[in-house]
Design a protein around this ligand. Structure first.
Ligand code: FES
Ligand code: FES
Length: 168
């Protein structure tokens, strides 16, 4: 039995401890935000926040998540509401910005892009363009990959989200 917190809810999970966290999130908890892309920590599609840090859930075992606080794409609104002392919000400002900028193309990579953007903006409220590019390329185990080439739209969405988050 492994206990962790997912999107603010304590979960006791019986899966084998070497099960990838991604499988537990998708198959046991029916959270479909994190995607299976490469399975090798090389694309970022499966990203979640673990104790506020973006990690690749495809190569993180359930055992490694024991006692941790995991936030998936689905948990971003509640995370923002808690940070701001609000009872409820429909969407995190990052998610709002992604919609307003019409960022996704096929959408497959965008879970990881929004998770990475959230991690960045929680620590760097006014990132420079260079800092945004670094966050998505060199700050984690590998660059976040978008096969559709939505990188410019992602950069603009991060800037929009930063402005919103600073103002709220
Ligand atoms: S599926 Fe995890 S990094 Fe690609
Ligand atoms: S929007 Fe298609 S892979 Fe990024």
């Amino acid at each position: 039995m492994v206990t962790l917190t997912v999107n603010g809810v304590r979960r006791d999970l019986d899966a084998p401890t070497d099960t990838p966290l991604l499988y537990v999130l998708r198959n046991e908890l029916e959270l479909s935000g994190p995607q299976f892309g490469c399975g090798l920590a090389q694309c970022g599609a499966c990203s979640v926040l673990m104790d506020g840090k973006e990690i690749r859930s495809c190569t993180t075992t359930l055992a490694a998540a024991a006692g941790k606080d995991v936030t998936t794409l689905e948990g971003l609104p509640a995370r923002w509401a808690q940070q701001k002392g609000l009872a409820h919000v429909d969407l995190h400002p990052v998610q709002e910005a992604w919609i307003e900028e019409q960022t996704p193309l096929c959408g497959f990579c965008q879970n990881g892009m929004m998770i990475k953007a959230t991690e960045l903006l929680e620590h760097t409220p006014s990132p420079t363009v260079a800092e945004i590019k670094a966050a998505f390329t060199t700050s984690g185990p590998s660059a976040h990959l978008c096969r559709c080439g939505s990188y410019t739209a992602i950069l603009e969405a991060v800037q929009r989200a930063a402005t919103t988050m600073r103002g709220k």
